[in-house]
Ligand binder design. Structure first.
Ligand code: CA
Length: 242
């Protein structure tokens, strides 16, 4: 049985979600603040499979919670609930490490479908990591220099180091790699990776790049793979000249 943690301070909404998700066969726990969520999720082995995290919470908001979770190395699939009409919130959520989002108010059936999607990915990861059995040959790995991006495992391998990627980090990287050698505008990334057509602050993209550079570049202040194209956006170069 999959276990879902709901972090939501609006009691009616939280209890409604609990009722409906339990009816779907999930085990549900509700917490009404971010500090308690961080406590629960960062102590030892997490007992949850998916987190539904509201942005507007008393004390630490959802952005702070997801960002601290990821910094603590907790990569549990997380769906954020953001306010409608705030595309910047969506980007901020993804930049902080969220895997998916829904705007409030939402249809329950959509929420359940999104949770199923996140659980499928988690199950797939578990199966592919194996339990003592031979790990399957990773598919979809893109190699450049001494680095490899395993899109199916959501991992970036740099020599003997492994960096877990969020789904969105992987998507940003995949998009740049697909356009290897060509400049890609921030606007194109917003539209193609996030599906956002609104007039959104494109600086959120820059936060992603800063993070990806920390993983990928030997010297993030002098990037060789994730190059800045002034006035446009970014360009991925797999084999930069020495
Ligand atoms: Ca709230």
């Amino acid at each position: 049985m999959s276990r879902i943690l709901i972090v939501e301070d609006e009691q009616h909404l939280a209890e409604g979600l609990r009722f409906n998700l339990e009816a779907e066969g999930y085990q549900v726990q509700v917490l009404d603040n971010g500090e308690a969520a961080l406590d629960t999720l960062t102590k030892g082995e997490s007992a949850f499979d998916v987190v539904v995290l509201d942005v507007m919470l008393p004390g630490k908001d959802g952005f702070a919670v997801i960002s601290e979770l990821r910094q603590a190395g907790q990569f549990i699939p997380t769906l954020m609930l953001t306010a409608r009409g705030h595309p910047d919130d969506v980007l901020r959520g993804f930049a902080a490490g969220a895997d998916d989002y829904l705007t409030k108010p939402f249809e329950l059936t959509i929420l359940i479908a999104r949770i199923r999607g996140l659980l499928r990915r988690r199950e797939w990861l578990r199966a592919s990591l194996g339990n003592g059995t031979v790990a399957p040959e990773p598919k979809e790995a893109f190699r450049f220099g001494d680095k490899a991006v395993h899109f199916d495992l959501l991992e970036l391998h740099v020599r003997d180091q492994v960096f877990p990627l969020t789904l969105m980090e992987a998507n940003v990287l995949r998009y740049l790699i697909q356009h290897e050698g060509k400049p890609v505008s921030r606007k194109a990334m917003l539209e193609e990776v996030w599906g956002l057509h609104e007039d959104t602050d494109t600086r959120a993209i820059d936060n992603f790049i800063v993070r990806l550079r920390r993983y990928i570049e030997d010297d993030p202040t002098h990037p060789r793979h994730l190059r800045t194209v002034r006035g446009v956006g970014y360009r991925f170069v797999s084999s930069p000249p020495a």
